[in-house]
Design a protein around this ligand. Structure first.
Ligand code: NZQ
Ligand code: ZN
Length: 392
């Protein structure tokens, strides 16, 4: 087991009706003026907006609001939010939505508290924020794990760069997780969420670190629960227990619990961010679903044992001791088949994407030759190109 730090300061309020306490929770921190931040309208349709403002009024909390966050959230809208926070002396940001809304809120929080810095420099890792406005969340989609993560992922429309960076200031003060709020998530977005949750876990699982048995079993248990609950949530969107399992798994998959004691690569995520950065219509989970099989087919020869463990323990497949590579391949095929059974694409062509921009994406993913992604076989431009081609 490698040395590690584990820091998960976000307070979780989990369960039915918990969102109705939001005013009381915010008042408990002593905030009087907040920004209410949300997406394209789902919180109005579901009644969540009304529940939030009712609770804010009950606790004398004033608010300004900014809606309109799009999937793959954009820097330009976040900049509007920063201006609003400064002009209105906002003390706290409440994000109500999925990962895109949460990340947009985190970006606003960085920018509002660091007015003399060009916010994008944080994403380019040229500077680090010296503080941020506090953020809290009411999550409406189990997927990104942003509700407990240190990460914030934003697209800069100037050049269509999608970049993320980690900061301890990005951990929300609290996150309210009511699985009922996810009943209205479409089958497609539910599938995207299941893939994202699994990939946050699997990208930590496929590691070079030895002797991480406890963390392995936590990850395997999480994956098996998500596979079972995922099927049920697709079949019956109002299955509370299935939605609850997905929601809690989403938080645990990306709060570093399943990475404790390991090196973590996250190469599929890095390659995916180029995909949904360049092609804005691609949902993050759909991009991951396409790229995981390609990445796995490329990497399994360099980590056959690890892929076998995954196949046997997660998918209950028989170990072929004479031909372990067959077991490894069967585990990859089982994963791909599961993603496809959720209605997720598993090839770029299913997204209508051909080879035209693969080279540009590979260049961007290496930061124009400045980085090689650590992995079983490290990923430079040639390797990334090969994986993108395998995904065609
Ligand atoms: O905008 P609204 O109207 O709310 O609609 C959204 C959006 O169209 C809809 N939706 C959300 N909750 C709903 C709902 N529709 C019906 N009922 C509900 N209860 O779903 C659509 C997608 O929402 P989005 O927030 O984009 O999805 P997700 O939560 O998957 O977030 C994806 C973003 O998170 C980033 C991804 O790259 C992507 O930009 N990630 C953030 C991470 C982090 N900060 O830790 C880690 C992840 O790996 C990921 O990169
Ligand atoms: Zn993800």
């Amino acid at each position: 087991m490698e040395n590690f730090e584990f820091y998960t300061p976000t307070k979780i309020y989990f369960g039915r009706d918990t969102h109705k306490k939001v005013g009381e929770i915010i008042a408990g921190y002593g905030f009087h003026k907040i920004l209410l931040h949300y997406g394209g309208g789902s919180i109005h349709r579901s009644g969540l907006y009304n529940a939030i403002v009712t609770s804010l009024r009950e606790h004398d909390i004033a608010w300004v609001e900014l809606g309109g966050v799009s999937p793959n959230p954009k820097l330009s809208l976040a900049k509007q939010g920063m201006e609003l926070c400064r002009a209105e002396n906002v003390e706290f940001i409440l994000a109500a939505g999925g990962g895109s809304v949460l990340d947009s809120a985190k970006c606003i929080a960085d920018g509002a508290a660091n007015p003399d810095v060009e916010t994008w420099e944080f994403f380019e890792k040229k500077r680090e924020p010296q503080g941020a406005l506090p953020v809290g969340a009411i999550l409406t989609l189990a997927a990104s794990g942003s509700e407990m993560s240190a990460s914030c992922v934003i697209t800069n429309e100037e050049g269509w760069f999608k970049r993320g960076f980690n900061s301890p200031y990005h951990r929300p003060l609290f996150s309210i997780l009511n699985p009922e709020l996810t009943f209205t998530v479409s089958p497609f977005q539910t599938g995207c969420g299941i893939v994202d949750i699994m990939m946050h876990t699997m990208e930590r699982y496929f590691t070079l670190s030895e002797n991480v048995d406890l963390t392995d079993h936590l990850a395997e248990g999480l994956l098996k629960s998500v596979i079972a609950a995922g099927k049920r949530a697709i079949d019956n969107p109002r299955d509370y227990e299935a939605r609850a399992t997905l929601m809690w798994a989403g938080s645990l998959s990306h709060n570093d619990l399943t990475g404790a004691g390991r090196q973590v690569f996250m190469g599929v995520h890095q390659m995916e961010h180029e995909l949904s950065g360049m092609y804005d219509f691609v949902a993050h989970g759909a991009g991951l679903s396409v790229l995981f099989p390609a990445w796995a087919k490329f990497q399994y020869p360099y980590a056959t044992q690890r892929f076998c463990q995954f196949a046997v323990r997660v998918w209950n497949l028989e170990m072929d001791y004479e031909h372990p590579e067959e077991t490894a391949k069967a585990g990859i095929a089982a994963t791909e088949a599961f993603f496809a059974s959720l209605g997720m694409p598993v090839r770029l062509r299913e997204l209508g994407i051909g080879a035209e921009k693969l080279e540009e994406m590979a260049e961007k993913c290496t930061f124009f030759g400045k980085r090689i992604l650590p992995d079983y076989k490290p990923l430079g431009k040639a390797e990334i190109m090969e994986i993108y081609r395998l995904a065609l």
